[in-house]
Design a protein around this ligand. Structure first.
Ligand code: SF4
Length: 393
């Protein structure tokens, strides 16, 4: 018998009262802008900013190499800049954007989660994870999130504000530096991958995120020079923005947080589905693959008796195969067990049936490793926990 648990069977995760309902929002309350930072501009923009301040434009090259190659923001270590103008140059283009307010490590020191305080007190988090063949950073693109997914603590915080490109990129610089300096168990390593799966819906902060993608991919002195295929942008399904991203000429990996193949369930599970339906979303994802040649990741959190039925695995396979073969890779993600909540893990048997059904239909499927499960794994949970503790003080 198919038991069907609905997302509306209890108040959203992190809700402050039992009658709370998810509320979509695209517009943040007006707040001040983050201080201007070198990473907000491309190289010519940095040159123009220096020139405007009466400083030689060619210093932009040196400053950019300090930031993107040496991961350094301390004027005293910039001996190639004249001592007399170092402070002025750094003050102009390298303001401090992130202050560490908490750090927790897990997985025997191979995972570190940071909570950063921004200039206006807003807090965001990033997670650095070491795997045998890569080191990945999960970054935040917004403080809070307006997408209101009922299983996600960040969604209940609402959207505080969009991050600036500098604020996103400074999370990356700090992580690259921590990896280089051996702050993860296993000794010094290189940051190889960046995924936009932290707080926020990246495509709701489109222009800023595209700027950040350039800084990640463009070679020094423009940016860090990461491989585009090692950068992943995840979305709950902002269809027009997916279409736009396909035209940017940056073949980054697109990850679609689908979590349900039918509108009936997805309307309640991912509220943005009320605007763009599963069919439109998969069409946009397929055309992203056609334009960029990059296989699309389909993220699917397996939630007990909610979306883990074998018929849903079959429907998902049919929807993907109806558009083409080999263009998508499904990543089922077993949810961390939350006893007593509707958001709890599927049984091992149901997980296996789900995966087998997809594979039998020729769909590439890999169960995803959920890192940091012992340190508040899901996006937004650390920030919520810290805020709670602060309120309790
Ligand atoms: S799951 Fe992602 S998109 Fe949904 S509310 Fe949480 S942060 Fe936003």
């Amino acid at each position: 018998m198919n038991i069907q648990v609905r997302p509306t069977d209890q108040a959203p995760e992190g809700a402050t009262h039992p009658g709370a309902r998810p509320k979509l929002s695209f517009q943040a309350k007006r707040r001040g802008k983050a201080p201007t930072h070198l990473a907000d501009f491309d190289l010519s923009g940095r040159k123009a900013a220096l020139k405007e301040a009466g400083l030689p434009a060619f210093r932009a090259d040196q400053l950019s190499r300090h930031f993107f190659t040496h991961l350094n923001v301390s004027p005293e270590q910039m001996s190639d800049l004249p001592a007399g103008s170092r402070e002025k140059i750094c003050g102009l283009l390298l303001p401090k954007l992130t202050e560490q307010s908490a750090a927790i490590s897990a997985d025997d020191g191979r995972t570190v989660k940071h909570l950063w305080q921004l200039f206006d007190g807003a807090q965001v988090e990033s997670v650095l994870m070491r795997y045998p063949s890569r080191t990945t950073l999960c970054v935040s693109s917004q403080a809070g999130c307006g997408m209101a997914c009922p299983f996600c603590a960040t969604g209940q915080m609402g959207l505080t504000r969009n991050l600036s490109t500098g604020e996103i990129i400074d999370q990356v610089r700090r992580a690259a530096r921590a990896a280089r300096d051996g702050k993860l168990a296993g000794g010094p390593t290189r940051l190889t991958n960046v995924v936009f799966m932290g707080m926020g819906e990246p495509l709701a902060n489109y222009k800023t995120v595209v700027g950040a993608l350039h800084r990640l991919i463009d070679p020094a002195p423009e940016g860090f020079g990461l491989s585009a295929r090692n950068v992943t942008v995840s979305t709950v399904g902002l269809v027009p923005a997916i279409k736009k991203l396909a035209q940017e000429g940056m073949p980054v990996t697109l990850a679609v947080s689908l979590h349900a193949p039918d509108d009936n369930l997805r309307d309640d599970l991912i509220p943005i589905n009320s605007r763009w339906k599963v069919g439109e979303l998969l069409d946009a994802a397929y055309s992203y693959f056609q334009t960029t040649g990059r296989r699309v990741s389909i993220e699917y959190a397996l939630i007990k008796n909610m979306n883990d039925h074998a018929w849903r695995a079959q429907l998902l396979a049919d929807e993907l195969n109806a558009r083409g073969r080999g263009w998508a890779h499904v990543n089922p993600i077993p949810l961390n067990p939350t006893p007593g909540s509707i958001w709890t893990a599927s049984s091992k048997k149901d997980q296996q049936v789900f995966v087998d059904t997809l594979r039998r239909n020729g769909v590439a499927t890999t169960i995803r490793d959920t890192r940091g499960s012992d340190i508040d794994g899901a996006c937004g949970q650390l920030a919520t926990a810290v805020q709670k503790k602060m309120k309790e003080r």
